[in-house]
Every structure is written in structure tokens, then in C-alpha cells.
Design a protein around this ligand. Structure first.
Ligand SMILES: *Cc1c(COP(=O)(O)O)cnc(C)c1O
Length: 378
């Protein structure tokens, strides 16, 4: 059986977690949380990085920091994970969905401006598969209408757009370290903050609305309740697991990229014949091999291919059901313009096995199996 995903593991995880246990510091902001924050700050160049309990929570924090209010509108693609929308719905906002580009599955930057109204407060680009959105255009619109930009970079750790790390281009960036992502701590995430003033407020929101972080740094002699907030701080045990991954960040990146390129090379002949479509990486974009997907002709062909692969011991999966077609999406959001690509392309997309340590021979086997499907069904 070739699994779709296996959580990343580099070998030092247990040792670091035991170090946290022996240091009698297993709550948040211990040595490993600090190491991870610092590593992310150095690697991405963001002013501030704060580890969180999830990317969902990082996005909720961004919605609080951006002061999203009931009645505000937030623009995003419908082709995304629920958390992208839910973080803003929790603040009473209405979600405005915009169609995606078929080549990258990212929000179509050319359609955003038409979705801006007097109520619009933020744009939330999602970097699908770790492939960057057209951030220059998005930032230009945000500047013109004074909108906040919150990047859902859950899948975009180690990707960049014209040299800028994903998550550092907008006002806020949200990473995920869920076990299905390139780097993991089981459940976890990180909020990247551009403005140092907002960084201080973020520390307060993450610490239940208290200025406890300042207290721990010795900047004040007692801590108190100063703002709204919640508990968005992960345990140092989880951070210890993540640290073992970040230490090997380059190895994980290279390993995934090697397999991604192998998939591309093996399946290119099918794409050249017009039988399937493959991912596209726009100019100026460096991706992180988070995902390798192919696109079948339509929903029926994709379903048949999933079954075929399963019969041959290969687990391949589809992805998001567009949010605007879900009950909550209809209740809390609306689609602006026409859904030309969101539904159609989401129904064609199939994700192939991809994880750190996936064997080269397994990639070849998956590709052979895909090729055999098209040979027998033709
Ligand atoms: C994984 C993911 C999330 C949620 O991440 P969690 O850390 O599980 O909260 C949000 N958005 C996108 C695009 C994701 O892929």
C-alpha cells in the first residue's frame, strides 16, 4: 500500500520532547517555542513570528488584529479549507468568494477589484499547494482601497514570490504545522506579523488578553488583563517536535522537490497528449512541493481513477468541495461574479501520494498506474 500522507519524522523528535520534559517546561513559550519562532523570523524575514496551536488559530488572531467587525466583508477564494472563512465568520463578517485561476487553483487576482465594496475590509489569498498567488496585483488593490491582506500560507512554508517568503508579503501570514503539511508538530501553526506595533498586540491576544509575555521578559513587574484574547499558545512539547523538523527543513524540502520533479517528468507525456493537466508554477514563484496533483477530464473520470489506484494499493485523494456550495458557505458568504472554474476544476483535481521519505520507486509505481489507467480506459 502506498499511503497518501505520512507525517514527517526526522529522528530527533523524541530527544527534544524529552528535553522539554526534563526542563520542567512543557507549557508554551519554552525553549523550543522560542527556537522555532526565531528560526521562522530568520528564514522568512518577518518582523515577528508567533507559534500558535493551529493555522486556524493564527487566522483567528489575524482577524482580531485586523479588527474585523460584524457586517465587514472579506474577499477570498471558495476553493479553500473551511478555516480560511471561519476565522472571519467568527467575527461576524460576510465572506465574499471570488473565482480561481484554473492554472494555479489560486484566487484570480483580476477578479478581486470587482468584489470590493464599501464594506470590504480584507483580502485573504490562499497559496494553494504552496504555489504563490499574484501578490503584486493583490497588494496593489489592497493599497488602493486600504484593505488588510491576510495570507493563508498554511501550505506555503518555504515558498517565495519574487524572493519574498510567503506569509511576509501581506499584513499577516498564517502557517500550518498540521501533520499533513510539509513541517509538522501534530497540530500547530504560526502567525507572521509585519508591523511591530501589531506584534505586541498579537502577543497579548495569544496570551488570553494579558501582557504575560512582557512580564516573562522582565519588562513589567506584574501582568494583567489588558485586551481581548484567547489561548493560542502551543505546548513546548509540540514545539520540540517541530524543532526536529525545522532543523532538517532543507532536507525535507529537497526530498519533496525531488519527488515532485519526478512526478512531473513521468507524467508530462500524458499532459503533452492532452489527457491530463499538471500543476503550473508562474514566473517569479518558488514553490515547496507541498502537493502533486493531476487533473482528470471530469468528475466521473477522476472517480474512476481514484478507484483504479485504490485497487492497485495506491491512496490518492480529491480536495476541497468549494465553500460556496456548503450550507455554512451559503449562510455566511456569497459568490461574486460567475463560478467558471471553482467547481469545474475542483472536480477534476486529484492529489497523488506526497510525503517526506516517499520512495522514488513508489513515485514511479504511482505514475505507471496512472498511465495504465489511461491505456486501458482508451
Ligand atoms: C491545513 C490548512 C489550514 C488549517 O490548518 P490547521 O493548522 O489544521 O488549522 C488552513 N488553510 C489551508 C489552505 C490549509 O491547507
Amino acid at each position: 500500500m502506498i499511503n497518501f500522507n505520512v507525517p514527517p519524522y526526522t529522528g530527533n523528535e523524541e530527544r527534544y520532547m524529552m528535553e522539554a520534559v526534563r526542563a520542567h517546561k512543557i507549557c508554551g513559550d519554552g525553549q523550543f517555542t522560542k527556537k522555532c519562532n526565531q528560526w521562522i523570523e530568520e528564514k522568512t524575514g518577518t518582523a515577528k513570528a508567533l507559534l500558535t496551536t493551529s493555522c486556524t488559530h493564527a487566522t483567528e488572531m489575524a482577524a482580531l488584529l485586523a479588527d474585523i467587525q460584524p457586517g465587514n466583508e472579506v474577499i477570498m477564494p471558495s476553493y479553500t479549507f473551511v478555516s480560511t472563512a471561519d476565522a472571519f465568520v467568527l467575527r461576524g463578517a460576510t465572506v465574499v468568494f471570488v473565482d480561481i485561476r484554473p492554472d494555479t487553483m489560486n484566487i484570480d487576482e483580476q477578479l478581486i477589484e470587482a468584489a470590493v465594496t464599501e464594506k470590504t475590509r480584507a483580502i485573504v489569498p490562499v497559496h494553494y499547494a504552496g504555489v504563490p498567488c499574484e501578490m503584486n496585483k493583490i497588494m496593489e488593490i489592497a493599497e488602493k482601497y486600504h484593505l488588510c491582506v491576510i495570507e493563508d500560507a498554511a501550505q506555503g512554508v518555504m515558498s517565495s514570490y519574487y524572493g519574498m517568503a510567503l506569509g511576509t508579503i501581506g499584513d499577516y501570514g498564517c502557517f500550518s504545522f498540521h501533520e499533513t503539511k510539509n513541517y509538522s508538530m501534530g497540530e500547530g501553526g504560526c502567525l507572521l506579523i509585519k508591523d511591530p506595533v501589531q506584534a505586541e498586540r498579537a502577543e497579548i491576544i495569544r496570551e488570553k488578553g494579558t501582557n504575560r509575555s512582557k512580564f516573562f521578559r522582565g519588562q513589567i513587574d506584574k501582568y494583567t488583563w489588558v485586551d481581548k484574547g484567547s489561548s493560542y499558545l502551543p505546548s513546548d512539547l509540540n514545539a520540540a517536535y517541530l524543532w526536529a523538523q525545522l532543523e532538517y527543513a532543507e532536507d525535507i524540502y529537497d526530498d519533496r522537490m525531488h519527488n515532485w520533479n519526478l512526478y512531473k517528468e513521468q507524467l508530462q507525456p500524458l499532459a503533452d497528449k492532452g489527457i491530463i493537466d499538471l500543476p503550473f508554477i508562474p514566473e517569479g514563484c518558488v514553490h515547496n512541493a507541498h502537493m502533486f496533483y493531476i487533473k482528470a477530464k471530469d468528475l466521473a473520470e477522476r472517480s474512476a481513477l481514484i478507484s483504479w489506484l485504490k485497487e492497485h494499493g495506491i491512496s490518492a485523494v480529491f480536495h476541497y468541495i468549494p465553500l460556496h456550495s456548503s450550507p455554512a458557505g451559503q449562510k455566511f458568504g456569497r459568490f461574486c461574479g460567475e463560478d467558471v472554474y471553482t467547481t469545474r476544476e475542483s472536480e477534476r483535481l486529484l492529489r497523488l501520494p506526497m510525503y517526506y521519505g516517499l520512495k522514488e520507486s513508489d513515485v514511479v509505481q504511482v505514475c505507471d498506474c496512472v498511465k495504465a489507467f489511461y491505456e486501458t480506459s482508451r
